[in-house]
Write a new protein. Structure first.
Length: 469
């Protein structure tokens, strides 16, 4: 705000339109621009994609404002203004469909609320009235009235988002300090990695024998045809990744022993393993992740264990979603499985419906649901799931910004008969820390508290994800 009113908004700009509401709306535009920029500081909690909102976006919005006001400001033109600025000026930069919801809400709350009741309008409820539009002396108001440090609630996030921001800054500081002052290790780099490779060689499971498994499954009926197909697709991808991991480790072991030449690729593998970072060749064959090597290897082990259970005992009572390469393929198989049981149902008329179960731990589940399947491994960001009322509520404390979600029930239903009601369409991403989320894995509809508007949850950046480090 200070930058805009001290460097961009001058007397000439403020006098170029004589409409009585023009100066107020310029202030609204400046506040909107500042809020959109400020949300970038909160990483993926603020925006799924890090956008570059520039000064030219603000100037183009003000020019559009002048044009609309010159044509006479009424309710119709107010909607036109919201569309032009929200969908084109700023919305044109916003590529993510979930981020577009955020822009639309700000347009409704700022421009929409102002045009309906300008005298009572405030950007944020504040008993001191600091977030009302000043009648004049805008720069002085910004300097003397607006606080230098504000709560995350001002830009739509929960207050606990500030804790997450401070934690991120702390982690960055620790990381850079470690780079500047590395720990003294009595072992050499080669010795450390050699021990890691030896440990991996003894702990890596054997490849899954797909021919033998297929023969085994042909003689049993412990899984549906649809889920069996998904299982074999998953095993094929896991085998490819496992083969690459084993090959990299074997070559690196031989290189360290002097049996093969340490080329640039092996030197890169050596550096990454020593730094606790995933090797690029492994990353290319694995689901997207930002995990450190230790956490990733533990998850890799758990994936193999779930696949082994699936092979030996059929579909798990509770499918652990982080253990699947493509979770949505499993959902599609569940829908196909249920459709085959229902007379008159067709696959193209069915959708995935989700309900929260009463279970929080997979060990408590003794039998499958009457319809669909149980899944777990999801983490909720930006809200708290209240088991008693079975709905989303505000985080319980400032430290509880991320929490595990209870076991979810995936239920196939005819699309025309699904009542979405008071639910929030929530994207599910592979990882919380991915800096750019090009596409969600799937969507889950979460029931909301009836006393809280949907816009509150959208602005708080409520999302689900699979990887928790």
């Amino acid at each position: 705000m200070f930058h805009l009113y001290s460097k961009v908004i001058d007397d000439q700009l403020l006098e170029q339109c004589k409409h009585p509401q023009y100066k107020d709306l310029v202030y609204v535009m400046a506040f909107l621009h500042s809020v959109l920029l400020e949300r970038r500081n909160y990483s993926t909690l603020g925006w799924n994609v890090r956008y570059v909102f520039s000064q030219s976006d603000f100037e183009a919005s003000v020019a559009t404002l002048c044009t609309v006001l010159d044509n006479g400001m009424d309710s119709m033109h107010g909607e036109q203004l919201k569309y032009l600025i929200g969908e084109i000026m700023y919305g044109g930069r916003v590529s993510d469909m979930y981020d577009r919801r955020i822009v639309k809400i700000f347009m409704d709350e700022y421009i929409g609320d102002y045009t309906q009741n300008p005298d009572q309008f405030a950007f944020y409820p504040d008993r001191l009235g600091r977030y009302k539009i000043p009648s004049s002396h805008y720069l002085e108001h910004i300097e003397k009235t607006l606080p230098f440090n504000h709560s995350a609630e001002l830009i739509g996030l929960h207050a606990s988002a500030d804790t997450g921001l401070h934690n991120d800054l702390y982690q960055d500081l620790v990381f850079h300090l470690k780079e500047m002052y590395p720990e003294v290790n009595v072992k050499t780099k080669d010795q450390v990695v050699e021990e890691m490779c030896t440990s991996l060689q003894t702990s890596l499971p054997p490849l899954f024998d797909l021919k033998q498994i297929r023969k085994q499954k042909e003689s049993s009926r412990d899984s549906s045809t649809a889920t069996l197909k998904v299982m074999f697709e998953e095993l094929t991808r896991f085998n490819a990744l496992l083969s690459r991991v084993r090959l990299s480790v074997d070559l690196l072991t031989k290189g360290l022993a002097g049996q093969v030449c340490m080329d640039d690729i092996l030197e890169c593998h050596l550096s990454r393993l020593y730094s606790g970072v995933l090797i690029d060749e492994w990353r290319a064959l694995a689901p997207p992740t930002t995990m450190k090597l230790g956490a990733w290897l533990e998850q890799f082990k758990q994936r193999g264990e779930q696949y082994r259970y699936w092979i030996d005992f059929g579909d798990p009572l509770v499918m652990w979603l982080p253990g699947l390469h493509y979770p949505y393929s499993y959902f599609t198989a569940i829908i196909q499985k249920e459709v085959s049981k229902k007379e008159g149902w067709s696959l193209d008329r069915c959708s995935m419906y989700t309900e929260m179960s009463k279970f929080t731990q997979a060990i408590d589940v003794e039998e499958p649901p009457p319809e669909g399947a149980y899944v777990n491994g999801l983490y909720l960001q930006g809200a708290h799931w209240d088991l008693a009322s079975s709905c989303l509520v505000a985080p319980a404390s400032s430290s509880a910004l991320v929490e595990p979600l209870p076991i979810l029930t995936i239920i196939p239903k005819e699309t025309s008969k699904i009542g979405w009601g008071n639910t929030l369409c929530t994207p599910v991403y592979r990882s919380l820390a991915l800096t750019k989320r090009d596409k969600s894995e799937f969507e889950v509809n979460l029931r909301m508290s009836p006393i809280v508007d949907k816009s509150v949850y959208v602005l708080r950046g409520v999302t689900l994800f699979l990887d928790m480090e």
